[in-house]
Design a protein around this ligand. Structure first.
Ligand code: SF4
Ligand code: SF4
Length: 283
C-alpha cells in the first residue's frame, strides 16, 4: 500500500475513534464477493474494500436484560440501540465517507439499521460479516458478531469503498471461539438458533429463524410498547461486563437460567464436539 493510502487508513481509524468508535477495521471483500453480490446486487462490484466500525453498547443497559418482562428495561434497551447507538454509527460512517471522497475515491456508507430488501428482510450487506472479514471477531451460534472484549454487545456499520486500503484481518482475532457453549441457543425464547457454526456458504436462514424472532418482537411490541428482546446479546459470556466477571455467582449458566425463569426453553443442547477448536470465519 502506497504511503498516502497508509496515511488515509490511519487517518480514518483516528477519525473513527475520535467520533466514538470502539472498533475499527478494514475488510477485503474479495474473500466473500459472491455472497456480497448475491445479497446486495451487482453494483457492489465497484467496492472491493469495506471499513467496519463498531460502537459498544452500555453494559448498564445490557446487564438489566434478565428483567425480560420489565417494560422500562425493554424500552431503554430499544431506545439505546435504535435511537442512540445507531445514530452515532451513521454519523461516524458519514464522516469516514466524506474523508474517503475528499481523497478522490468512492465511498458508500451503508445504513446501520434497517432492511434494504423488505421482501427478504435483508440488509444491503451484512455488517457482521464485514466486521468478521476485518478480523474484529467471529460470527457466533447466535449469528451475532462476537468481538474480543465486548462479545455481542456491539453495533456495527460499514462504509464500502474503492480506496486501496489494507485488510486488518491478519492482525486480529478472526476465529470462532464459541466452543461448547450453547447459552444463546438454549435461552432464546423462540428457539431461533440451530446452534450450527457459521459458514459463509450457507444462508443465514438455515441457522437462524429470523421470522420467528421478528414475530416474537412484534408480540412484545404489542405488549410492552417496544419490540426488543436482547437475550442473545445478554447471555453471551464473551460480553459479560467487568462488573459481572468479578462475581462467578452472577455469571454461571445456572444463574442466568434462573434469572430468565419463565421463558420457554428445553434445556441445554448437547455439546458440539466439532466446535471445540477455533475455525476461520468469513472465507
Ligand atoms: S432477540 Fe430474542 S427472540 Fe430474537 S434471536 Fe435473540 S434471543 Fe431469540
Ligand atoms: S452465547 Fe455461547 S454459543 Fe452463543 S455466541 Fe456466545 S459464546 Fe457462542
Amino acid at each position: 500500500m502506497a504511503v498516502e493510502h497508509e496515511e488515509l487508513q490511519a487517518r480514518l481509524g483516528e477519525q473513527a475513534k475520535a467520533t466514538g468508535a470502539t472498533y475499527f477495521g478494514v475488510a477485503d471483500l474479495s474473500k466473500a464477493s459472491e455472497f456480497v453480490i448475491s445479497q446486495g446486487g451487482d453494483f457492489l462490484h465497484q467496492f472491493p474494500y469495506a471499513v467496519s466500525v463498531g460502537v459498544a453498547l452500555a453494559d448498564g443497559v445490557i446487564d438489566e436484560i434478565h428483567q425480560h418482562d420489565n417494560a422500562i428495561t425493554i424500552k431503554v434497551y430499544g431506545h439505546h440501540i435504535y435511537s442512540y447507538v445507531s445514530g452515532r454509527l451513521d454519523m461516524i460512517a458519514s464522516t469516514i465517507a466524506s474523508e474517503i471522497e475528499r481523497e478522490g475515491f468512492l465511498a458508500y456508507p451503508v445504513p446501520s439499521t434497517g432492511a434494504c430488501d423488505q421482501k427478504r428482510q435483508a440488509a444491503l450487506i451484512s455488517h457482521k460479516l464485514v466486521a468478521a472479514l476485518a478480523g474484529l471477531g467471529w460470527i457466533g451460534k447466535s449469528s451475532l458478531l462476537i468481538a474480543k472484549g465486548h462479545g455481542p454487545r456491539i453495533r456495527w456499520v460499514t462504509v464500502l469503498t474503492n480506496a486501496p486500503l489494507t485488510s486488518t484481518t491478519e492482525n486480529a482475532n478472526g476465529f470462532a471461539r464459541c466452543g461448547a457453549c450453547t447459552l444463546c441457543v438454549d435461552l432464546c425464547p423462540v428457539n431461533a438458533f440451530t446452534g450450527d457454526r457459521f459458514d459463509a456458504s450457507v444462508p443465514v436462514d438455515e441457522r437462524f429463524n429470523r421470522r420467528g424472532c421478528e414475530q416474537y418482537l412484534i408480540e412484545r411490541s404489542q405488549t410492552f410498547g417496544s419490540g426488543s428482546c436482547g437475550i442473545c446479546v445478554y447471555v453471551c459470556p464473551h460480553g459479560w461486563s467487568q462488573k459481572r466477571r468479578k462475581s462467578d455467582r452472577r455469571t454461571t449458566p445456572a444463574l442466568l437460567r434462573d434469572q430468565l425463569d419463565g421463558l420457554s426453553w428445553d434445556g441445554p443442547a448437547a455439546e458440539s464436539q466439532d466446535d471445540q477448536q477455533g475455525q476461520p470465519v468469513g472465507n
